[in-house]
Design a protein around this ligand. Structure first.
Ligand code: TZP
Ligand code: MG
Length: 215
């Protein structure tokens, strides 16, 4: 891994996840403004209705990756091993229904591997399979992702911590202004958000508001 666990914990504080169909304006501008606001981590998640495919997807990925590079923000690719390897991303994030984590790890070497989990069993399995961090959710109701599991709230993170899981964790799903504290207090190192930033007219200010709540 290219980051120590402690470094990774810090970097995961405000994790912005985004694809072009999440944005109200040009995704490059949204990302740039989110970075100016202070996001600490980025995931390119180009999926769902009107998502770019093929060379268009690669083109956008490279543009967003360049913006992250210029600003020292880790760039993670959602569920596309081929793309992650082709553009030499900092890591990949996969869900329970995605590619086999052991295979992914073999292919990515020491790049970061994030895995989405929904309970203690999945969390233990993800760790055994070499996850560097876990995305736990959905914390709250969300309309951004259609096929979500049951909402169990920050309580799931409490359960993982009570079972001595020290791995870096971000909560995800429906996290908006006013809900950050509950996720952090449950034991998360950070929060992962899409719409709280991407649906804002002013992503820079949206990020600042979210960070303000972390203090
Ligand atoms: N995984 C679980 S919920 C979710 C993902 C990708 C969507 C998060 O989007 P939002 O807008 O922050 O609720
Ligand atoms: Mg997935």
């Amino acid at each position: 891994m290219r980051y120590s666990e402690e470094e990774l914990r810090k970097k995961l504080q405000l994790y912005f996840v985004m694809g072009s169909n999440n944005c109200l304006k040009d995704p490059e501008i949204v990302l740039q403004e989110a970075i100016e606001g202070g996001i600490t981590f980025f995931q390119f998640r180009e999926k769902g209705t009107h998502a770019k495919k093929g060379s268009e997807k690669i083109k956008l990925a490279k543009k967003l990756q360049a913006i992250c590079k210029q600003n020292g923000i880790p760039f993670i690719v959602n569920d596309d091993l081929e793309l992650a390897l082709e553009i030499d991303a900092d890591g990949i994030h996969i869900g329970q229904e995605d590619e086999d984590p052991l295979k992914v790890r073999k292919m990515i070497g020491d790049k970061l591997l994030g895995i989405s989990v929904h309970n203690l069993n999945e969390a233990n399995q993800a760790l055994a399979q070499g996850a560097n961090y876990l995305g736990v959710g959905p914390m709250y109701e969300t309309t951004t992702k259609k096929d979500i599991r049951e909402v169990k709230g920050p309580e799931v993170i409490v359960e993982l911590r009570e079972n001595n899981l020290t791995v870096p964790i971000v909560g995800i799903g429906g996290i908006q202004k006013g809900l950050i504290k509950s996720v952090i207090e449950a034991g998360a190192d950070g929060v992962a958000v899409i719409s709280a930033i991407s649906n804002s007219e002013n992503p820079r200010e949206a990020v600042k508001d979210l960070l303000e709540e972390m203090k």
